[in-house]
Write a protein that binds this ligand. Sequence first.
Ligand SMILES: Cc1cc2nc3c(=O)[nH]c(=O)nc-3n(C[C@H](O)[C@H](O)[C@H](O)COP(=O)(O)OP(=O)(O)OC[C@H]3O[C@@H](n4cnc5c(N)ncnc54)[C@H](O)[C@@H]3O)c2cc1C
Ligand code: FES
Length: 349
Amino acid sequence: MTKNWRGQLRVGSIIKETPTVKTIRLQPASGERFLPFTFVPGQFLNVAFWIGGGRMNRSYSISSSPNQREYLDLTVRREPRGAVSRHIVDLLREGDLIEAGGPVGTFTFTGKEADSIVLISGGVGITPMVSISRYLTEQSWPGDIYFIYVCRTPADYILAEEIAELERRNPKLHVTITMTRAEGADWKGPRGHLTEELLTESVPELTSRRIHLCGPIPMMDATKALLAEMGVPKEQVKTEAFGTPKPTPAPAGTTAKPSAEAAGPLVTFSKNNKSAKIHAGQTVLELSEDLGIGIQFSCRVGTCGVCKVKMTEGEVDQEVQDSLDDDDKASGIILACQAKPKTPVTVEA
Ligand SMILES: Cc1cc2nc3c(=O)[nH]c(=O)nc-3n(C[C@H](O)[C@H](O)[C@H](O)COP(=O)(O)OP(=O)(O)OC[C@H]3O[C@@H](n4cnc5c(N)ncnc54)[C@H](O)[C@@H]3O)c2cc1C
Ligand code: FES
C-alpha cells in the first residue's frame, strides 16, 4: 500500500447510479497505465477543490476493488446544500483533473483479519462495503460475507445491479436489503429499519463475527445500540463515520469571531504569529477558524488526517486518533479537529 501520495487524477468517466448519486471513475493524470498508488479495500481518498475562492477538502471512500489498478471509483451522493458534493455531481466533466491525496483509513478488510465478515451499511455508507465485497469475491475468499444494507426506497439503492451480480457469482455472499420508505414501491424484500429479528434471520451466530458498520450517524448509533443489546462484544464492531455538518470557516487571514472571555490554555499559531485562549471544549481547529488561521480539514471526526499540524509545545487530549500513525505521534503531529489543549500549546500553523 502506498502512503502519503498526493497529486492529480483525471476524471475518466461519470456513471449516474441514482437520481442523486454518481460514480466518478478516476484514472492516472499523465497517460500512465496504472494508478500511482495501491490501496486496501475500505480505504478512502482526500480530494480538494477550489470553490467560491476557498479550498475545500472532503473524503470519499473508494468503491472499486484494489485489484483494478487502472482506475478507481468514488461514488458520491449530492447533498442538497453540500458545497463539494454538488460540485462533484453537478459540475465535474470527463477529462477534468482533480487534486487528491491518500489512500487513507483503517476501516479495511482483506480477508486476513477474520474468517467471516458482516458488512452493515446505510445510505452512501455502502461504498467501502462494495469495495470489500468486490475484492473478496475476486479473490475467491472462502469466508461468509453477510452484506446488509439499509436504504430508503428502491430508487435510492446505490449499485443495486453490481450487488446482484456479485451475489450471483459468489455463493458465500449473503445479501439482505431493507427499505425504510418503500410505501407504494414494488419491493418484495424486507421493509423498515434494522431489527433484532432481521439481523438474527440474516446472520447466523452474529455475536461471534466481525462486523463493519458505516452509514448516517443516527443509523450507526441505533445499530451499535442494537448490536450491544444482542450481546455483540464492542471490540468486534468496526465503524466509520462519514463526518458531521461543518461550520463554514472564515477565509484565511480574517477574524470571524473574537475569542473574548475564553479561559482555557493559551494556543499559539506560530506561523501566523497569533495567540488566543481557548474556550472550554473547543478544539484547536475551531479556535484556528475563529482566528482565520486556515488549517485545512475534511471529516472533522479524526478519520481523514487532513487537519494534521505539528505541535512544538504543550499537551492535548485527542478523543479519536485514527489517522495518526506511530511516526506522526513520535514527531509531535496532532489532529487539530480532535485536539483539546490541557496546557498552553504552540502549533506550526
Ligand atoms: C472517511 C469518509 C468517507 C466518505 N465517503 C463518502 C462516500 O463514499 N460517498 C459520499 O457521498 N460521501 C462520503 N463521505 C462524506 C463526504 O466527505 C462529504 O462530507 C459529503 O459529500 C458532504 O460534503 P459537502 O461539501 O457536499 O457538504 P457540506 O457543505 O460539508 O455540508 C455538510 C452537510 O450539511 C448540510 N448543509 C450544508 N450547508 C447547510 C445549510 N446552510 N443549512 C443546512 N444544512 C446545510 C449539507 O446538506 C450536508 O448534508 C465520506 C466522509 C468521510 C469522513
Ligand atoms: S479533519 Fe479529518 S482528521 Fe481532522
